[in-house]
Design a protein around this ligand. Structure first.
Ligand code: ZN
Length: 475
């Protein structure tokens, strides 16, 4: 759209993450997903008169751990407030949240952009309770009525609010990807978007490029995938520019994204009133929680590059999930050459897992098998080609590498040099020009000879052995 050159988008994101506590934030009802509707409820989470909310310490601990992982400062005393709404899925008429004094503030996430690394500020991380859920299908009479399931009412959430530092829908996508990765590493949520454990709202405005003052923003709510967020932002940017260019004004409002039509539509507004007991997370508790923080993705990648002499790209692929990273490291530590393990995991293991639709936990070849196979190639006992064949067998049979290796009679690549020497002789004889270059001092030509010999041996020869033989012949 032409207006994009003239206007600059300003985007801030609010992400709700459901915490993996066993019970709700102010009562002992279960938080289990998928139980029959309205079976996990009590006077507290239904908001019946006289019910006394008791704060779940685990929820505070999880929220604090997540906030620390997002580089936030933790506020010692934070305040809960009731936000009054009138929603069918909130029969008590209010949601308990934090407003003036949230649990944590002033964090950030580093994201990768086309022009390098960029720091996106995090304004706040606060605790709140979830509302119930309106059901529009899956029960008798659903064709003309809506039902309410209050199992989710009172489930602990954290809301993570970013600074309006995000300049494009692509940056929003990258921010969400990094955020989800960090939260998954901390183990405080499963971030399952289909089950609603991670939900995202976006604040978006546009302003003429060069203008300091923000334009009027709209909020796009309840978009259920990162891809749809990006699409909704693209749409909303163009819509706002069109309104302004047409001489109109943007109304501050909440809008819903319809992913089928690819459009946003207008919605409602809200208010606050504080009066609940303050939440205190003191120094001692903060230290305890800080000690539960795992090594976070970015730090882990940096360390892995240094520890295992792998590339930054390797490190990114191998830390896609915490499990994969843990598994890789166990193999890398057990094997003689960690870089070879990194290559093996990416080329031989992940490719085959993907082809069979398996997760790393379901791999027939365990990390012990990976380490053992890497060492066999490293020592020259088997060739790369033989390793590929053995991995194929392992995946066919659903067995680990050591078993298959035994069953196949511990195959070894030929160390008989007479056959290989014959090939080397042929190659040397057939390429007098390269021989001359080598003898004139261009030692890199050796790579050419090794390549030719490997080709003629159909990849069966041991490259190191070929290298030695070629060198001997040429001297
Ligand atoms: Zn309850």
């Amino acid at each position: 759209m032409a207006g994009r050159a003239k206007y600059e988008p300003v985007i801030g994101l609010e992400v709700h993450v459901q915490l993996l506590t066993a019970s709700k934030i102010f009562c002992s009802c279960s938080t289990r997903f998928g139980d029959p509707p309205n079976t996990n409820v009590c006077p507290v989470c239904l908001g019946l008169p006289g019910a006394l909310p008791v704060l779940n310490r685990k929820a505070v601990e999880f929220a604090t751990r997540a906030a620390m992982a997002l580089n936030c400062e933790i506020r010692e005393t934070s305040i809960f407030a009731r936000k009054n709404y009138f929603y069918p899925d909130l029969p008590k008429g209010y949601q308990i949240s934090q407003y003036d004094k949230p649990l944590a503030e002033h964090g950030f996430i580093e994201i990768a952009t086309a022009s390098g690394s960029k720091r996106i500020g995090i304004t706040r991380v606060h605790l709140e309770e979830d509302a119930g859920k309106s059901l529009h299908e899956g029960f008798v009479g659903s064709s003309d009525t809506t039902a309410i399931d209050l199992n989710r009412s009172g489930v602990p959430l954290i809301e993570i609010v970013s600074e309006p530092d995000i300049a494009t829908p692509d940056e929003a996508y990258e921010y969400l990807t990094r955020l989800k990765e960090i939260i998954l590493y901390t183990g405080v949520s499963d971030c399952n978007m289909e089950e609603g454990s991670l939900r995202c709202d976006a604040n978006i405005s546009v302003r003429p490029r060069g203008q300091e003052k923000f334009g009027t923003k709209t909020e796009v709510k309840n978009v259920n995938s990162f891809r749809f967020i990006r699409e909704a932002l693209e749409y909303e940017i163009d819509r706002q520019i069109e309104v302004i260019e047409g001489g109109g004004k943007i109304t501050q409002e909440t809008r819903l994204y319809n992913s089928v039509e690819g459009k946003t539509y207008s919605m409602r507004s809200k208010e606050q009133e504080p009066d609940l007991l303050p939440l205190v997370v003191d120094e001692k508790w903060r230290t305890e929680i800080r000690n539960t923080l795992p090594e976070l993705p970015e730090a882990r990648r940096t360390r892995m590059v240094a520890d295992y002499s792998i590339t930054t790209h390797d490190a990114h692929v191998l830390t896609l999930t915490k499990t994969l990273a843990d598994q890789f490291e166990s193999a890398a530590k057990a094997a003689k050459n960690p870089k070879r393990v990194a290559n093996l995991v990416q080329s031989e293991l992940m490719g085959r897992l993907k082809a069979q639709g398996l997760e790393i936990e379901q791999s027939p070849v365990t990390m012990k098998g990976v380490a053992e196979s890497a060492d066999l190639v490293e020592s020259g006992a088997i060739s790369g080609k033989m390793l590929k064949d053995l991995y194929d067998l392992a995946f066919e049979r659903g067995e680990d590498f050591p078993e298959v290796y035994e069953e196949e009679g511990r195959p070894e690549q030929s160390r008989d040099t007479s056959a290989l020497e014959k090939i080397v002789d042929e190659v040397v004889a057939a390429n007098p020009k390269q021989v001359e270059q080598y003898r004139a001092g261009k030692k890199t030509v050796i790579g050419f000879f090794v390549g030719q010999v490997m080709k003629l041996s159909k990849g069966q020869a041991n490259p190191q052995m070929v290298n030695e033989l070629v060198e001997k012949k040429l001297e």
